[in-house]
Design a protein around this ligand. Structure first.
Ligand SMILES: NC(=O)c1ccc[n+]([C@@H]2O[C@H](COP(=O)([O-])OP(=O)(O)OC[C@H]3O[C@@H](n4cnc5c(N)ncnc54)[C@H](OP(=O)(O)O)[C@@H]3O)[C@@H](O)[C@H]2O)c1
Length: 389
């Protein structure tokens, strides 16, 4: 049970806990700094407020004091309305004239404004609702971005995304269902931890869908980005050989992730580039988050029985496919978005065991979210960019 009482400028949340749990009382201000998305549009649709009401946890929720929050294309694409079927171009971060408030977010339904975005949230639990796990109080946690029906957690049709279908982490405080947070024990900073949740669970979900294992050769597109850099590390973790595609300025950093070979973004003759770098002109798996005009080239280098898995289309969602390649070569295509909750739990273990390393490119104060998101869109970085309240 959370009780709220006014104390001068602050509200004190007193939490009644079971006797075996040490009670914690934390001064929580009634208002907070938050970046609020007011509608679809350019960066100006994101407004900074210093007096936004601090959320209160519902019975099944915890209140998190945000330590850092990573940026993601979901935030950019939701802001611009890129998920609308009226849009067919690459992600640019610019507003679209054709998009209105009734256009859908990633899941197919419109989102409601105002909305605090920010999926990749890391922080400390400072209050628990009465039905939440009280042992989380005081714990350092990562948020699992997937909102689920916790009575039926594998039901993909009843899901939402943190910072999209509910408020997220671009604020000093946020709330989450207690089953959506994972306590973590790590020497990494909050900013470093905020690079993991969305990208690494997405990448691991793709590797699961494509059943990547030792013996596979995996081609990763967009390998310098959040999901791509995660896919390189997680595929290597499974014992696969990894060929990464990335802009040449980022080759050294992508190589440092463990990629066996790094090729330019769009080699003119991909089969020849593969032959030269790994001694074979085909791969068994393509992990693609880029799509666009180069799609046909990555499909063409899949071996017979090869697997293609896709989680994004930053270079454009409309692609050309020669169906003869697809069926005559016995290919398997999987789309991957909603992942099972076990993937988040596994990720916490990988981080705690230092099996994956963060690629923190830059950290900005929350108040500079516009600058941070512009840098994220400009794509001169490897890994991810975070904001710190
Ligand atoms: N389905 C899901 O659950 C899910 C979850 C997370 C992300 N996504 C999607 O996956 C995609 C990638 O996400 P991310 O977070 O990895 O993105 P990111 O960090 O922005 O990285 C994308 C990378 O793609 C490369 N790229 C190639 N062609 C590009 C182009 N035309 N424009 C921009 N970049 C291009 C860039 O690397 P180089 O410059 O080195 O080529 C860039 O680093 C996005 O579309 C995102 O919406 C989906």
């Amino acid at each position: 049970m959370v009780q709220r009482r006014e104390m001068g400028q602050h509200v004190v949340l007193s939490i009644s806990l079971p006797t075996q749990v040490t009670p914690v009382t934390t001064a929580i201000p009634p208002t907070m700094n938050a970046f609020v998305l007011t509608g679809h549009g350019g960066l100006e649709a994101l407004e900074f407020h210093e007096d936004w009401p601090t959320p209160e946890p519902a019975d099944h929720e915890v209140l998190i004091k945000v330590g850092a929050c990573g940026l993601n294309n979901t935030d950019v694409n939701t802001r611009t309305g890129w998920y609308s079927k009226t849009v067919s171009e690459a992600t640019t971060g610019a507003a679209y004239d054709t998009v209105g408030e009734e256009d859908p977010s990633w899941g197919g339904a419109p989102i409601t404004f105002p909305r605090i975005q920010g999926a990749d949230t890391v922080g400390q639990v400072v209050a628990c609702g009465s039905a939440a796990d009280q042992s989380l109080l005081g714990k350092r946690v990562l948020v699992d971005c997937w909102l689920r029906d916790w009575q039926d957690p594998l039901n993909k049709n009843n899901t939402g995304y943190f910072g999209s279908e509910c408020n997220g982490g671009f604020a000093q405080y946020t709330t989450a269902h207690w089953k959506n947070v994972g306590a973590i024990n790590s020497a990494l900073t909050d900013a470093e931890l905020a690079t993991f949740s969305c990208s690494y669970t997405t990448a691991e979900g793709m590797l699961e869908r494509a059943e990547v294992a030792a013996g596979d050769t995996v081609l990763v597109t967009g390998a310098s980005g959040g999901v791509g850099s995660a896919a390189v590390q997680l595929a290597r973790r499974r014992g696969a050989r990894v060929v990464a595609l990335a802009s040449e300025a980022k080759h050294a950093s992508v190589k440092s992730l463990g990629a066996d070979a790094v090729l330019p973004r769009n080699p003119e003759n991909l089969a020849a580039a593969l032959q030269e770098s790994i001694g074979a002109d085909t791969v068994s798996v393509v992990v693609d988050i880029v799509g666009g005009d180069y799609f046909g080239s990555v499909i063409d280098v899949l071996e017979r029985g090869g697997r293609y898995t896709c989680s994004g289309a930053i270079a454009g969602p409309i692609v050309e496919l020669d169906l003869r390649t697809f069926y005559l070569r016995d290919l398997t295509f999987t789309g991957s978005t909603v992942i099972p909750p076990t993937i988040f739990t596994s990720l916490i273990g990988y981080i705690e065991q230092n099996e994956v390393k963060p690629m923190l490119a830059a950290s900005y104060p929350l108040a500079q979210l516009h600058e941070a998101q512009q840098a994220f869109i400009d794509k001169n970085h490897t890994g991810n960019i975070v904001v710190v309240p």
